[in-house]
Structure formats: structure tokens, C-alpha cells
Design a protein around this ligand. Sequence first.
Ligand SMILES: Cc1ncc(COP(=O)(O)O)c(C=O)c1O
Length: 378
Amino acid sequence: MTTRAAELRAAGVDVINMSVGEPDFPTPDHIVAASQQAIADGFTRYTPAPGLPQLREAIVAKLARDNGIKVSPEQVIASNGAKHSLFNACMALFQQGDEVIIFAPYWVSFPEFVNFSHATPVVVGTDSERRFEPLFDELEDRIGPRTKGIIMNSPSNPTGGVWSRAAVEQIIGLARKHDLWLLTDECYEALAYDEPFVSAAAIDPDFEKILTFQSCSKTYAMTGWRIGYMTGPVELVKAMSRLQGQSTSCPNSIGQMAAVAALTGDQSVVQEMKAAFQRRRGLVVERLAAIAGIKCGEPGGAFYVFPDVGGLFGQNWDGRPLESPDDVTEFFLTAAHVVTVSGEAFGDNRHVRFSYAVSDEDIITAGQRIADAVAGLT
Ligand SMILES: Cc1ncc(COP(=O)(O)O)c(C=O)c1O
């Protein structure tokens, strides 16, 4: 899609990119200023593998303040993005012969982390009518003697779904019952619009096998700075630190100082970005839901909507029926000049992901273009 979009742009076509996976806001000024100060102060050297002490302290304080999670700095590791923490955790915990549950639609990296560890990803479905929460009957059936862990992600990329507290409690119950690691990817925790976000680790603080992954990327518009983190048992943090020490040494020192400013500084910037995303969510849902053949609910978080485009299947475009999300994304790109991501990338065959990390104007124009293009289907 990116290549096709680039070709169209080169041909002078005004393409709206709704495939982006990062905030469109600049990193807030006080965070940038802290990085400049870090350079001026000579924070340009290797740091301890799991991160600077002041960053680990800042993460501890943030987890207590925002999530009600109480941990010590030894239980925290900072990495080059939450992706890196997730990767290290999978490498440290899983191996050949193990099975790890992931939920479809999944973030594309989850199965690959598991594959990389030589364990096997076991994909369990979710209910698109119920916040994309797990199909719990299927989940219980798929847990066996080889199952070692579950990876969950709420608010979700790609669906935007935020699981109910009851669903999270049910997952924790299963993880406890079967003695599984529960890896909870909470990168979008700051972007839950309809109800306060609740971390699994806050629900069951005594269950040591809950691993919480969070990030500065989406919360503070810092995707390129590459700072994310995990909290879990000290032994696991040590193992991940050894892995990190032998691979990347440590996260970027300047990024770490920026992250300290982000986590400990003025949090109103987070609320401002959240308010803008929430407004855009309304704009995009309103437009897509009004189009015949597209079923678009209002997901509770992140900056994605994941409408069901199955109602367009069988309709003809350019003399050929649309048959899959791949076909529909191609149609949106060519006929409406809007870039989206097919659900097939996420293990799904009825939905398309739209990111609303774009301007209000772009959302309005894209909605109109898609409506016009769909009206032209035969
Ligand atoms: C679900 C999910 N987890 C993790 C990440 C990676 O975050 P980071 O930039 O902290 O590595 C992303 C980024 O798109 C994501 O969507």
C-alpha cells in the first residue's frame, strides 16, 4: 500500500494516509528541551543495560500514579521501545515446544516475537461485537500442557477495542489456573476514551506472572525516541537485562532523559492529545458508519477504527467483485485515494484498519471520498 500510495503521489494525486501507526503531533516542547539539556550536560554515554536509575524511578512513580501498580526499580526495565521489551521477554521466557496464545486480530509483531523464540503462536479468535474480547470457550480449549503464556493488548492495535474489566479478570483467572505468563501490552493505555483504563497488574497485584508493557511512543508522541518499558519479577528483569546488554547495550541515553521529563513532567499534554484523538474518533466513526456496506462501531481506545467491510464483498469495482479486505483497501486507495490497512495483515478477513492520527480535515475529506467511491460500486 505504501508503495502504491507513493506511486500515486508521484503522479500528482492527493493521497490521504490513514495507515499511520503513530501520533501526528510533535513531541511536546518540555520533552524536547530535556533532551537538549541532556546533550548539553554530557548524557551521551552508555547507561546501565536496563536503563538509568532516574528513568527506572520515574517509571515506578508513573506506574503508581497512573495505573495503581506498585513496584520497585529492580522490577523495571527500559528498552528501545515497548517492542524491544516485548521481544526480550519472549526470548527470555519461551522456547521450542512452547505455545503462546495470541488473539486475532493481532498486532503484527506478536506472532513474530513468538516465532523468533522458536515457540508456536496459537491464535484465538475474538468477538467483534463485544470490544474484540476473547472467545473464552475457544481460549479454554486451546490451552494445553505446552501453553506457557498469553499476550493481550488492550486498547488494541488494530481494533481500537478496550476490554472490559470482567474480560481482563477472566484472562487473569485463566492465567492463574494454568500457571501462564500474562504479557499485557498497554502501549495505548493513555488513550482509553469511554472509561478509565485498568491495568491487569492493578486488578491482581499478587499475581507475579503478569508482565506490564508500556511506552512513551503513543502517550507522549515519541515514537522515534524509542523508549518503552516493562515491569515484572526481578529475575525476569535480570534475564532481559542480560539479553539487552548483549544486543543493544542500553536504550539511547538522550531518549532516556527525554522519557524522564515525559513521565515526570506536565501531563496536560497527554490530555490535550487525547482530546484531539477522541474528537477525531467521533468524526471518523460518524462518516464510515453512514456508508452502506460498512459497519463501523466506536472502539474505546487507541487511534484506530476497524470497520467490517464484509457488506461490500460481492459488489463490483472495475468489472470485478470485491472479495476480501485486501481488495477493499486496494479499492479505497485507487478509487478514493485513501490509504488503509487490510485486516488480513492482522489475521482477519472482514475488516480494514483506519488510523485517525491525521487531521480533522483529512478525516472529513477521506470520509467523503470513500462514500463517493462506494456509491459508484455496482
Ligand atoms: C500494540 C503495539 N505494541 C507495541 C508497539 C510498539 O511500541 P514502541 O514504539 O514502544 O516500540 C506498537 C506500535 O505500533 C503497537 O501498536
